[in-house]
Write a protein that binds this ligand. Structure first.
Ligand code: UDP
Length: 266
């Protein structure tokens, strides 16, 4: 029979195993109906690689406050977030909302996760396709990423400024190319809806909506200086540099109000 200290050690080991199993399966918390994964950037890379290896087709969503606000009135986007294989906490607003639930986690932005997946491609050979942004940007992003991560296996790149009536045509092209990792940079909610439709044709790999990532990777748009990122006001920096982002920034106070309202109801 096991001694008391032995039993305690067993119980402790079991707790550790259960805790790691939960994080592997994606421990999630709902923010206004969107199930956000509680995971670091490192954990997210591990999980996404598991999805790639698991077969089937998977949607990885990067949920920021603006997307969660849009999903309140857009049932298709809400369903996509709820069905996604992995949902990262992609804004400081989401991190703030999680903290109010007593959960502390790091921000996993689309640009950071995409960057890590390109590094993974260089290390393990996974094929990557870049879709989105204005003409010329995806190709420029490809050139720069091949220099940054020699050996990364980017098998194609094309812009995302095509009419929605061409979604099916583009999806069928991708179905023939079969990338392991499809990065779609067409903004929320178009990118998520494109992936959702395209998955009917593609029974492989992961597809992730990555917003303005290709603009950043191509060098067209600079990320905010680290100090601005640390101060958690990257959104303010982007809005000042690009007033078109104002409509996105306007959703932040709406998000804060909705989160507080939901807390009062619970
Ligand atoms: N875009 C696109 N096709 C469209 C609309 C937008 O490829 O039909 C691109 C646009 O050129 C830009 C990106 O989508 O590169 C949107 O970036 P943004 O940072 O606005 O995305 P967010 O994550 O804020 O929604």
């Amino acid at each position: 029979m096991a001694s008391l200290p032995g039993l305690l050690r067993l119980l402790l080991a079991e707790r550790v195993m259960v805790a790691s199993a939960i994080s592997k399966l994606g421990d999630r918390r709902e923010i206004l109906g969107v199930p956000v994964c509680i995971a670091s950037l490192e954990d997210s890379v591990v999980q996404v690689e598991k999805l790639i290896q698991s077969g089937g087709s998977h949607l990885v969503a990067t949920a920021d406050a603006s997307g969660i606000v849009i999903a309140q009135d857009d049932s298709v986007l809400m369903r996509i977030y709820q069905d996604a294989s992995w949902v990262t906490a992609d804004s400081n607003g989401v991190i703030w909302a999680l903290r109010r639930q007593g959960v502390s986690t790091e921000r996993v932005s689309g640009v950071d996760l995409a960057d890590r997946l390109l590094a993974l491609s260089a290390a393990k050979g996974y094929s990557v396709y870049l879709l989105g942004a204005a003409p010329g940007i995806a190709e420029a992003a490809k050139e720069r990423m091949i220099i940054k991560y020699p050996g990364c296996n980017i098998i194609g790149a094309q812009h995302g400024h095509f009419p929605e009536s061409e979604n099916e045509f583009v999806a069928k092209q991708l179905a023939e190319i079969k990338p392991d990792i499809l990065l779609v940079a067409m903004g929320i909610p178009r990118q998520e809806k494109f992936i959702d439709e395209a998955r009917k044709h593609m029974q492989f790999g992961i597809a992730m909506g990555v917003g303005g990532t290709l603009d950043v990777m191509s060098g067209k748009v600079k990320r905010a200086p680290v100090i601005i990122q640390k101060l958690k006001i990257e959104w303010l920096w982007r809005t000042l540099l690009n007033p078109k982002k104002f409509s996105k920034a306007k959703t932040l106070p709406v998000f804060v109000r909705l989160v507080k309202q939901a807390e009062r109801k619970n």
